[in-house]
Design a protein around this ligand. Structure first.
Ligand code: ATP
Length: 233
């Protein structure tokens, strides 16, 4: 579904991505793991049209996304739950969800909101609460729900566990597991390499803008280099 070929992104003198190539097949959960500053968020932002691509290509179902503006990427099927969640704090939970559907012209929004509330009951209970007053975990669920409201083909999850207590992290990964079981295609960026590799069909390791390892989640979990660098072994 998603193919990235030789992608480079440069911010002035900083080469954040140096020719990465990866793919995500339909229904796959693929993880991208790496240290701070390795380029994970930049890769997600490039897919969504938010980071400046210097060379290489990104395509979704064979259509190039290079040069495509962010709102059009949403229309083409990219759903992005960004690092730091970025919910609209002074808008209600329900309005945040509706904003996730801003590119849609159909009239099935209410049915989809009910579907989101079925996956995330807490969002239903709190639908009229201002998003900025929700807990970190609730805001993460909202960011994922908002991305789903665009009816994405591919869901980008950038550090969904960031800053959350261990129990809440477990809830977030349970939700990712449910989305996977429903057949959602997901690219997941995580520093919690353990959990990410456990849920991923396949994964890539990124170091200073380059992909250095790839394999199934199980292969990378068992790889001594991954254990030493990312799993605290
Ligand atoms: P983290 O886990 O800390 O979020 P990351 O792997 O997501 O890290 P990126 O945020 O993609 O890393 O950053 C990759 C490199 O690009 C870093 O050196 C960062 O400082 C730099 N960078 C990212 N965004 C910008 C920007 N807008 N302007 C200049 N440099 C940037």
């Amino acid at each position: 579904m998603l193919t990235i070929s030789n992608l480079s992104v440069r911010y002035g003198a900083i080469e954040a991505l140096r020719g990465i190539s990866l793919h995500v097949g339909t229904g796959e959960v693929v993880a991208l793991i790496g240290a701070n500053g390795a380029g994970k968020t930049t890769a997600m932002r490039a897919i969504s049209g938010l980071a400046p691509v210097t060379s290489g290509d990104i395509s979704l179902d064979g259509r190039s996304l290079r040069g495509v503006r962010p709102h059009h990427c949403v229309r083409l099927g990219i759903g992005h739950a960004p690092e730091g969640r970025m919910v609209f704090g002074d808008q209600s939970v329900r309005d945040n969800l509706l904003l996730g559907a801003f590119t849609r012209k159909d009239r099935e929004l209410e049915a989809d909101i009910d579907g989101i509330f079925a996956v995330f009951p807490r969002l239903g209970e709190r639908q009229h609460q201002l998003a900025g007053t929700m807990s970190g975990g609730e805001q993460q669920m909202l960011a994922i729900g908002r991305a789903l409201m665009g009816r994405p083909k591919l869901l980008l999850l950038d550090e969904p566990s960031l800053g959350l207590a261990p129990l809440v992290v477990r809830e977030v990964f349970a939700v990712i597991g449910r989305l996977k079981a429903q057949g959602m295609t997901i690219l997941l960026v995580e520093q919690m390499a353990n959990q990410a590799l456990a849920i991923a069909d396949r994964a890539y390791v990124i170091e200073t803008g380059r992909l250095t390892l790839e394999g199934t989640g199980a292969e990378l979990l068992a790889d001594p280099r991954v254990q030493a660098a990312y799993l605290g072994a």
